[in-house]
Every structure is written in C-alpha cells, then in structure tokens.
Design a protein around this ligand. Structure first.
Ligand code: PMP
Length: 364
C-alpha cells in the first residue's frame, strides 16, 4: 500500500481507514453480489439497503426526530445556498435573516438575494469575521421566513459553540464543516445541510435534514430536481443518486457508531485535538496567531498565521516534508489552516503540534 500522510485539507478531507479499506474490498465486488459498488443499480435491493442504513446511521448518531427527513442531494452545499431560498423564500412575502460570520455565509446570502428578500441579522465584518455573535447582538426579524447561519466557517475557523435561539422562526444551518462532529439538538433546527466531503464521506453528496413543515411549505412550481417536496416524496431517488458517495457515507457513519462509539465520544476527541493545537499556538507566544477569538474558535478548522509572513512558505514546505500536508490557508485570506475533522487521528494533531513547536524553536 502507498504510504499515507496526515492530510489537513479542508475538504475533500481524510476518511477513516476502515471505511477506505472496506470500499477497497467492495470496489471489485460486493460480497454475495458479484458486482462492484460502482456498477450496482440505484434501484437494486442491495443499494436501497445501503442507503437506508446510511440514513438510519445519521438518525441514530444525531437522534434525528421523526418530524425531520434525511435526504441526499447532488450539487454540493452551494446548491443548498440556492435551494433553501428557492423553496422557502421566493414564493412568500417574507424576508430571510442571514447571520454573517464568514465567507460561506456571505455567499449563501448572495445566492438568496437572487431568489427573494434578505436581511442581515448580524455581520462580523468590523471584526474581520473572527467571531460569532452573542444572542443579544442578533437583530432578528420575528416574521422572517427563516434564519440562516453557518455553524462553522471553514475559511476563518469560526464556529458557533451552540446554536442561537431563533424563537418560532425556523433555523437553517450550513453545517458543512462540522456535521457529525458533536451531538446537536436537531429538534431546534428547521433545516441543516452539509456537503459530505469534510466529515461524512467523499465529494458528490450533500445531506439535508429538513423538518416536515418546511418540506410542506416548499414552493409548488419548482423544477422537480430543485424541490424539497419532490425529493422527500421520492426518498432522494427521484433520479440516479450518487451511489458511491452515499455508500461511503454509510461506511463513515458505521465507523462513527461502531469504532468511535457515537457523537459524545467523537466530540470529546475533537475537543482534545483542537485543544492541542490552540495550546501549542498560545504557548508559542506570538510566533503564531489564531484568527478566531476565544469562544468562537473552531474545533474543525484551526486558522492561524505566522507573525513573520516570510516564514509561511518555509513552514508549509517543512511540514510537507514531515508528512503534514495541505496546511495552506484559503486563497482568499492566506495564512495557514489545519483542518482536523473527525477522521484526523489524534496522532496527526500531536505530530503537527510538535512540528510547530520545533519550527518555532528553530526560527523564533
Ligand atoms: N459551506 C461551507 C461551510 C463550506 O466549507 C463549503 C466548502 N468548503 C461550502 C459551503 C461549499 O461546498 P460545495 O463545494 O460542496 O458546494
């Protein structure tokens, strides 16, 4: 087997080894099936079972109530930037509230503006998007169609520790980069969506958890493929779903349930991993600087800079030489970023923390 490195990519990101190994086995032929997972019909009994299992695993991990559908879409998280307002905003006379804590939330609002009326309920621009709002800072419209948040801003590494209270207005969360990383009270969400390629599987599938009354509310005159109602009625098999990606979601969620032992345990591990890095940065006394303020720091994406920007490229090169790859920050903001999703082993984070300490000693 080719050697594997520690991949700190923001997504597509590392997958659990056991899931990759099972996929490797099934790539030639699924047991007792004689065909590859890449060749099997999306309407076969075997695949229906795999998809049902993926859904049930997600339901079990997040304790998804009966009131909520679990659906699988193509088109990435960015299709949901459009679908949410298309279904839930465009046909009514309400506006939608957007909470802006980084680039993805801003993009989501831009897409919504083409569909209907939007309002900014909070904008962290003056703080350079380094924090989430307090409950008191939110200027919520009690008549809004929904409130949209980005639970974890992947680029800035800014995460809501808990979801805001939006009263009777449905809360919609883009949870792409912290999905399945911790237990959540799903009953408080009208809808949550997440592209899979960070915490749940490979690129190609987006998971949407949506409450029944929002499905019912979705506009009537939409193209079938863009309608929550049609996708819910067809149990995500209106057309050919991304079979392989959904199969991988099943394997990753099997791993979360059976090897990790659920989201309480996953969260404890994620806390421990993030703490290691933030502690290493704080201990470095100004050599490294974290972007996010305490209280808003992401457990998934640790975005930081080297105080001496000229050392950034040597830092990235030296890290890569040690098998610590993809630590470059997003092209829009520069700097460095360590994405430490569920499947990043603690050993990888320990190795990075040690490397950061060694690098500082050499160059500080
Ligand atoms: N939202 C968030 C929070 C993201 O991190 C990303 C991808 N990095 C997206 C949306 C866009 O996802 P996709 O490329 O699947 O459309």
């Amino acid at each position: 087997m080719a050697e594997r490195v520690y991949n700190f990519s923001p997504g597509p990101a590392m997958l659990p080894l056991s899931a990759l190994e099972e996929a490797q086995r099934d790539l030639l032929a699924l047991p007792n099936e004689g065909v590859s997972i890449l060749e099997i019909s999306h309407r076969s009994k075997r695949f229906s079972g795999i998809m049902e299992q993926a859904e049930n695993n997600i339901r079990q991990l997040l304790a998804v109530p009966e009131s909520h559908h679990v659906l699988f879409f193509q088109g990435g998280a960015q299709l949901q930037f459009v679908m949410a307002p298309m279904n839930l905003l465009a046909s009514g006379d309400k506006s939608a509230d957007y909470v802006l804590t980084g680039s993805w939330g801003k993009k989501a609002m831009q897409e919504a503006q083409a569909q209907g009326q939007t309002r900014v309920a909070f904008d962290a621009a003056t703080d350079n998007y380094n924090r989430v709002p307090t409950q008191e800072e939110l200027e919520l419209d009690p008549k809004a169609a929904y409130v949209h948040i980005t639970s974890n801003e992947t680029i800035g590494g800014v995460q809501f520790p808990t979801e805001p209270d939006t009263g009777d207005v449905p809360l919609i969360s883009d949870s792409s980069s912290d999905f399945l990383s911790r237990p959540l009270p799903i009953e408080r969400y009208g809808m949550m969506y997440a592209c899979a390629q960070k915490n749940a599987g490979p690129a190609g599938v987006t998971i949407v958890i949506i409450r029944d009354d929002l499905v019912e509310r979705s506009a009537q005159d939409l193209p079938s493929m863009l309608s929550y109602r049609v996708m819910a009625q067809s149990h995500s098999v209106f057309n050919t779903p991304p079979v392989f990606a959904i199969y991988m979601v099943k394997l990753v969620t099997d791993w979360l349930l059976n090897e990790i032992g659920g989201l309480e345990k996953m969260n404890a591990l994620n806390q421990q991993k993030a703490q290691l890095l933030y502690d290493a940065i704080v201990a470095a006394e100004g050599f490294y600087e974290v972007h996010a303020q305490p209280g808003s720091r992401s457990l998934m994406n640790v975005a930081f800079r080297l105080k001496d920007a000229d050392l950034e490229q040597p830092f990235l090169d030296a890290a890569a030489a040690e098998g610590l790859i993809a630590l470059k920050g997003h092209r829009s903001v520069g700097g460095c970023r360590a994405s430490i999703y569920n499947a990043m082993p603690i050993e990888g984070v320990q190795k990075l923390a040690q490397f950061m300490d060694d690098f500082r000693r050499k160059h500080g």
